[in-house]
Design a protein around this ligand. Structure first.
Ligand code: GLN
Length: 290
């Protein structure tokens, strides 16, 4: 019947393809992930047992989840989780869904940290959301002193839960509107994936973005309000030689580099994401530049 694993992987894949304009590979992956969630099995199980029939209870749960997805709700919110940097993060509608492109910010940050932190290396993640960036750094480099802030208490609750699950309880999580709660703290590296979409951008009305927190996505008329704020205010929170690395929109790299230069940063550069787009820009402050 229609509730055999193999049939669902074909028929519901097509339903998702047409309802959400997904490509076939993505649609099939999504059906597979829904089935794994409902049956609590691995991908290997689905391959080995394609003739398994869902029982009545599993059908009901599966159908409810599939209908939410067909109505456009992001898969990450339906499953309550998303993988990032090889780690499992829980997510909720209070947090942005971690994107593969943001892994670039993590790898760029890791490359700029001293191989061995002697006096403890201080790292700050601004607008941490689910904690994806801060916890990926802390998990990879347990020697770092990582602070992560977010203005949203609901997001911080999710970040705290992720910190506990990833055994990163040493990460300091603070409610703070950007730098507001940080007093005079200084850091060797500041990273952020701030909101950077223009308020009027039509993408905010499309796909997953419709369901994500607007405060984590949109930032003023040109999308650069928060990037400007971070570049201007990071200066007093960087130790001499400290780096500021920022994720930004597909066409914002030249403007971000210009802002960094005007604010006195040096060694300014941009790095390209998986699609070849300049997605992260950064620079550092040498002693005496503040
Ligand atoms: N990269 C996200 C997108 O374009 C936006 C995330 C952000 O604004 N920081 O969908």
């Amino acid at each position: 019947m229609a509730y055999r694993i193999q049939s669902l992987l074909t028929q519901d894949k097509s339903a998702l393809e047409s309802a959400l304009a997904l490509d076939g590979t993505t649609a099939r992956l999504e059906v597979r992930m829904l089935l794994q969630q409902v049956l609590q099995v691995s991908h290997a199980f689905l391959i080995a047992h394609p003739d398994t029939e869902l029982n009545a209870e599993q059908r009901a749960v599966y159908t409810a989840l599939l209908e939410r997805r067909l109505a456009g709700e992001p898969l990450a919110y339906i499953l309550g989780k998303r993988e990032f940097f090889g780690l499992n993060f829980i997510v909720s509608p209070a947090t942005l869904i971690p994107r593969p492109d943001t892994e670039l910010l993590v790898t760029e940050a890791l490359q700029r940290l001293p191989a061995q932190s002697t006096a403890q290396t201080q790292v700050l993640d601004l607008g941490t959301g689910s904690g994806a960036i801060a916890l990926s750094l802390a998990h990879t480099r347990p020697d770092l002193a990582v602070t992560a802030v977010d203005a949203s208490p609901a997001a911080l609750e999710i970040a705290k839960e992720n910190a506990a699950r990833l055994h990163c309880n040493h990460v300091r999580l603070l409610q703070s509107d950007w730098f507001s709660a940080l007093n005079h703290a200084q850091f060797d590296l500041i990273v952020s994936n701030p909101p950077y979409i223009a308020e009027a951008d039509a993408h905010l009305q499309q796909g997953d973005l419709r369901f994500e927190p607007r405060s984590a996505l949109a930032a003023g008329e040109d999308g650069m309000d928060d990037l400007r704020h971070l570049i201007a205010n990071a200066r007093t929170h960087l130790r001499p030689g400290g780096w500021l690395l920022l994720e930004h929109g597909y066409d914002q790299a030249p403007r971000v580099r210009e802002l960094l230069a005007k604010a006195g940063y040096t060694d300014i550069y941009s790095a390209r994401d998986l699609s070849g787009i300049e997605r992260v820009s950064g620079g550092r402050l040498l002693a005496g530049k503040v």
